[in-house]
Design a protein around this ligand. Structure first.
Ligand code: ZN
Length: 314
């Protein structure tokens, strides 16, 4: 904690926004709500408390008025999956708040067919730690980390001189420093998800994933952030927001969202909401709300931050 506080000497103004001001008021339209599956059930450790973050993600998606969200909880790897046969086809997109090391083959095939046929995918934070050996899943996420990934999982991917480059250097995949605010740079301001966002904006304190590896094919990086060596970073411009395709399916991948304070960032919320709409439909109809973070000012939602249980109240 002392280390974190020392780094916090870089002072960023914090602008809290009350509930309601930013809640999107977007009519669902005559076609009815877009159905999303929010998939959870396992994580790499207690530091990713999916039981706490799923209700937050659900609220953030449903408050747009665009989506109807069903939470589907998978058994942990190695448990009995015989009765777990989620009806992916009922949903326009599957939002992943799940980090499992492995799944039964039939379930992997079922999800691959869903995406191949045009199902959308949203990858939030540690969902890109999942399934190091599942080839199709790694093709969908483009880059991943941890769970013994290394150069055999694919090259490093980062930005250099304004361009996405791959780097085959050997080594492990996945690292991050302390949870500090960091500044995103939009590398594509014309994509439906990022159109209208400031060129640069501050994300609330979160893990800045770095040294991620994967096939990186059919992948477009929408936003990057500088991974600061002073906070155990790589010194490189690391991918933060990505879009990919797999068959007919669209994938939106955000590396942000470690915990509820990170999920309370207005920038996280807006990019999640827009990314989910794009993954599900290919377009974005949502407006950028007032109070979006600026190049040097973090902005967070007090009502979301308040969803964090008080210490000891679990
Ligand atoms: Zn994390």
């Amino acid at each position: 904690m002392a280390l974190e506080l020392r780094h916090m000497k870089r002072i960023f103004a914090l602008i809290p926004f009350a509930a309601g001001i930013l809640a999107g008021v977007t009519p669902a339209g005559a076609a009815g709500p877009i159905k999303l599956m929010l998939l959870d059930g396992q994580s790499g450790g207690p530091y990713h408390a999916w039981q706490l973050t799923t209700p937050v993600l659900r609220k953030e998606l449903e408050e747009t008025g665009l989506f109807q969200v069903d939470v589907v909880t998978a058994p942990p790897s190695g448990a009995d999956f015989s009765s777990f046969q989620p009806a992916f086809d009922k949903y326009r997109a599957v939002v992943w708040n799940l980090d499992s090391p492995e799944w039964p083959a039939s379930l992997m095939t079922s999800f691959e067919q869903y995406v191949n046929n045009g199902g959308g995918v949203v990858i939030v934070h540690a969902a890109d730690n999942a399934f190091p050996q599942w080839k199709a899943f790694n093709a969908m996420i483009g880059i991943g980390g941890w769970r013994n990934r290394d150069e055999k999982s694919g090259p490093l991917w980062y930005f250099r001189d304004g361009k996405l480059v791959s780097d085959p250097s050997p080594g492990r995949a996945g690292s991050h420093g302390n949870r500090l605010p960091f500044q995103l740079t939009m590398q594509d301001a014309q994509h439906p998800i990022t159109k209208g966002l400031p060129k640069q904006w501050m994300h609330a304190g979160d893990e800045l994933y770095a040294a991620m590896r994967g096939p990186g094919q059919n992948m477009q990086v929408l936003a990057t952030a500088h991974s600061d060596p002073a906070n155990r970073g790589t010194g490189r411009e690391e991918p933060i927001l990505m879009v990919l395709s797999y068959g007919k399916g669209r994938i939106f991948h955000t590396i942000m969202g470690h915990d509820i304070p990170a999920l309370a960032c207005v920038g996280f919320i807006v990019t999640l909401q827009r990314g989910a709409e794009w993954a599900a439909t290919g377009t974005v109809t949502q407006k950028i709300p007032a109070g979006f973070p600026t190049a040097n000012t973090v902005s967070y939602r007090v009502d979301i931050a308040a969803m964090q249980p008080a210490a000891g109240a679990r």
